[in-house]
Design a protein around this ligand. Structure first.
Ligand SMILES: O=C(O)CCC(=O)C(=O)O
Length: 266
């Protein structure tokens, strides 16, 4: 597939660096979107395949669906999205960290405020997340909100508070350094199906509860720039791998999806 060498503008890269979040409209064509949705429905309709399935009160996750279905793999390897991730992270190459089909069912509670990196087994910061709307996602359905600039506040002490405290902005404010608390101005991103956001692994984010009768379908591609190493923290993706602390997170389960040298792309 031919990929534009400039899938995003310098202004978008600068906005990402300043805010830790950008929105990319119409990232998928209508054909890509319907093909991707059909592939995901097929992949998740076959119990026993090699992805991890977790039902929660915030959402249900299907993790690493790409490993089970060739068409899902093709969409997760989307060259344009991976090249955007590479340019945003200013890295010679990006690898897949993992994917997640993320379904917020009617009645599911908020996805509590957090920074992705505090959940991940990584020593360095730099990974980033592409959150793709597979349906039109509104506030009522549980769209995402982000706190611009929060990626510059370092790793906050998630884990020291009960998770339901961080369901609210007042709760997460307790974790934010005092001199930053007047900068807490969340921005909410309603997305049309096929549009997406990219956020830095330290950007604080949240999703509202699903108050509609329809499942909110989103798909996450998590990318890693060059040089990310294992911290030893437990994580569903790395637990089976027996990695040593300090070892690069690389190899077959983490294919290169974009590179300044196209010969490296899996
Ligand atoms: O989709 C959601 O509701 C939250 C997803 C999220 O924040 C995450 O996986 O980091």
């Amino acid at each position: 597939m031919a990929v534009s060498l400039e899938p995003i503008t310098q202004a978008q890269i600068q906005a990402y660096q300043a805010n830790g979040i950008i929105q990319v409209d119409d990232a998928l064509t209508p054909t890509e979107l319907s093909d991707f949705r059909a592939a995901l429905a097929e992949a998740t309709d076959q119990p026993g395949l090699n992805y991890t399935y977790r039902v929660g009160e915030q959402y249900t996750q299907h993790v690493n669906v790409w490993t089970t279905h060739p068409a899902v793999r093709r969409h997760v390897s989307n060259r344009k999205l991976a090249e955007i991730a590479r340019q945003l992270s200013q890295s010679p190459r990006v690898r897949l960290w993992h994917d997640q089909l993320i379904v917020k069912m009617p009645g599911n509670r908020p996805s509590s405020w957090h920074q992705d990196l505090t959940l991940w087994p990584m020593i360095e910061s730099g990974p980033l997340t592409c959150w793709i709307a597979l349906v039109d996602v509104t506030v009522e359905m549980g769209c995402m909100s982000f706190i611009p600039g929060s990626h510059c506040w370092g790793r906050l002490a998630f884990g020291t508070l009960p998770v339901d405290v961080t369901d609210t902005l007042e709760g997460v404010r307790l974790l934010i350094p005092e001199d930053k608390r007047d900068q807490v101005r969340p921005v909410t991103f309603e997305l049309k199906a096929g549009s997406c956001t990219f956020h830095n692994c330290l950007t604080l984010h949240y999703a509202s509860p699903n108050r509609t009768a329809l499942p909110r379908l989103g798909f996450i591609i998590n990318y890693m720039p060059e040089g990310i190493t294992f911290s030893g923290k437990k994580h569903v993706t790395t637990d089976p791998l027996s990695l040593s602390v300090g070892q690069p997170i690389a190899g077959e389960l983490f294919p290169i999806l974009a590179s300044a040298d196209p010969r490296e792309i899996a």
